[in-house]
Design a protein around this ligand. Sequence first.
Ligand code: FE2
Length: 300
Amino acid sequence: MRREPPYADGAIEVVPADGPLGAEVRGIDLTADIDDATLAAIERAWARHLVLEWHDQPLTVAQHVAFGRRLGRLEDMSHVDQPATGLPPEVLVIVNDPELNEAPKPPASYLKGFQNKHVQWHSDNSYRDVPPKGSLFAVKESPPEGGVTIFCNMYAAYETLTVELKERVTGRVLIHDPSLNSANVLRAGVTPPTDVSKGNGPRHPLVRVHPVTGKRALYLGRRPYAYVCGYPVAESEELLDALWAHATDERCIWRRTVNRPGDLLLWDNRCTMHARTAFASSAPRLAHRVQIAGESVIGA
Ligand SMILES: [Fe+2]
C-alpha cells in the first residue's frame, strides 16, 4: 500500500514509494537546464522522502555533473582506485568485472572494487571526518535481475527504538573504522584494529541531527570494527548488533526491485543507508556516481 498519494510541487510531480522512504520524481527533463524554483521543489522532495529516483534520464557525463553541482559542491573521486576513465575527477565509475568476480581473492588493483555479490548496508564514506551529504547515481547498464540499490530510513530507525535503546545511544559517539570497503574487502595496505575501542576512523555522534530537516537519525555508517565509545567492547558489540538488526528490519526498508538504464538515484547519506543486491557474474552493470560534499556531523 502506498504511504502517501502523489502530489505536485511546482513543475514536478512526486510519487511516493510503497515504503518508508523514497519517491519518484516526474515531469522534468534533467538533460535540460532546470530553473531555481524547480530545483527548490526537488530539494523539498529530497528532504521529505530521503531518496529520489527518476526514470528515463539518459544524462551525458556533463549533464550528470551539472545537475550534481546544482545540489552542492562535488567531491573529487580521483583518489579511488579505478582504471583510468578519461572522465571528470568527480565521476566514480562502477562497472561489473567478471574477472574480478571469479577471482578467489580480489586482485590488488581492485581492492576498492566490488564483486557481484551482495554489498553490505552502509552510508557512503562515513569513515571520513566530513562525509558526503548525498550521492547521485546514474544507471547506464543494468543486469536483468539483481544489482539493485535498496535503502533504509534512519529517521525511522531512531524513532522506533525502544526507550531503553534510545537511552543507550543518546549522547554516544561511534568510531567509524575505514578498514573494510562496503563489500567487506580489506582496503590496500590497511591493518584492521585488534581492539576496536582503539580503532581508527572519525568519531561521529551515534544520533545525528539532519541540518536541513532538524530531525534525529541513527548514524551507523558500517558495521565491521565499529565501536560505541565509553562502553566495554562486549557491550558495544551487543548494542551495535541490536541497532543494526533494528535499522535494517523490513519495516525501515524501501526494497526497490529493478534498476534500468536511464534511472537516476539521489540519496541522502545523513538519514539513510543503502545496500546492493547480488547479480549474475557475467551480467552487464555500469553506473556513474558523483558525491555531494557534506558538513560536519552534528549530534543530538
Ligand atoms: Fe555506497
